[in-house]
Write a protein that binds this ligand. Sequence first.
Ligand code: NAD
Length: 430
Amino acid sequence: MLSIFDDAQTRLTSVFQHIDLDNDVRERLRRPSLALTVSIPVRMDDGRLQVFTGYRVQFDDTRGPTKGGIRYHPHVSLDEVTSLSFWMTIKCAIVGLPFGGAKGGITVDPRELSRLELERLSRGYIRAIADVIGKNRDIPAPDVYTNATIMGWMADEYSQIQRQQVPAVITGKPLHLNGSRGREAATGQGALFTLEQWLKTQNKAPESLKLAVQGFGNAGYHFARLAKEMGFQIVGVSDSKGALFCEEGLDPDTLMEHKRTHRELKGEIYCAASVCEQTQKHYQQMTNAELLEADVDILVLAALENQITSDNAANIKAPLILEIANGPVSSAADKILEQRGITVLPDVLANAGGVTVSYFEWVQNRNGFYWEEQEVQERLERIMKKEATAIFDLATERQSSLRTAAYLQGVQRISGAMVEKGTQDYFNNK
Ligand code: NAD
């Protein structure tokens, strides 16, 4: 099986066939500019010293300082973080943000740590990578199993190291620590704007459509909540422990309330209760794998990478897939889905709402002037719908998948910036 990064690069190779690119650009997009591995010693509550491994990868900064989240997960690896940094590079270009791409992570199951251990780990990580981040260099944000509280600790640690307030070094912070209004729901909201725009091209209304959402975390929950408000019917949801299905429709707020009240307080800010515990007569419990193959109009993937692979792509029944997670469909599965006529709204466009509002937070921090929620929403909607429309038009013009069109839009912008800075052709006076 290909590594995640090799798989991600396979997509790039196929995009290169559609575009006339300077060879320097192709070479530069093949590997990250910086890949840092750090050891983070943490004094545990029982007095032991435990050393964790962390990463920060900056893929490309041609279009601006690099930007990308920090993931805490037992399976975090350099391969995964590098792939995520590559996707961030493409994504920021796709939505026209003045950023390159980066990503970070720590190999840890945060649910096994106490709150104080988690804080020490988060602050230790920032001390370990402080030399390579900065508001003009590389700006982290939350990702899987990290949240606003952790971003607040990290921004504080960085400010202490610098001996000055530097809120713009990290986004996704709590509101009281100069976060942006609308950041928490931004990824789900941005995905919904993308879906809305796509359905408009298909003359379909939300009221007639049934959705299943894999991954009921930050992105998946807010998406499901807002989608229900818009009239979609949420018939299935899942988390790491299992899935729930209900033909008559589920209420995301009730489910989230249940998850919150059943949380395990190890690590306190983590919600360990599972959506599948909410069993009532008319709810059907399923495995995660079964939910992916459910008979719905739209399958929303908001958990982790490689959920649809060549093993299950032939069994997917939904005619439309919305990728909120990064890399949930492997490149081999992509081909099978395309042959079967299943449309995929790709991650690099559909989940860009999070980084877009992170960009707004960075702008607000730098200006010291904060926007109302409505301003954030309006700006997000304008960017998402404009870039989505451009990609849908490009796909029609090139007779390509939406993913290829999205990559084309991103790669063209990155390539434009690289060429302007000077490539071999430029120095050869061509
Ligand atoms: P999160 O930690 O808040 O939620 C992840 C959810 O996925 C949890 O509910 C977890 O139980 C569930 N999960 C894990 N493994 C699963 C499995 N095998 N099947 C079903 N559910 C499973 O993380 P998040 O921030 O919501 O991120 C989810 C995805 O969205 C990630 O791929 C992330 O990179 C991507 N993303 C997030 C943001 C953001 O702003 N949060 C932005 C862009 C992309």
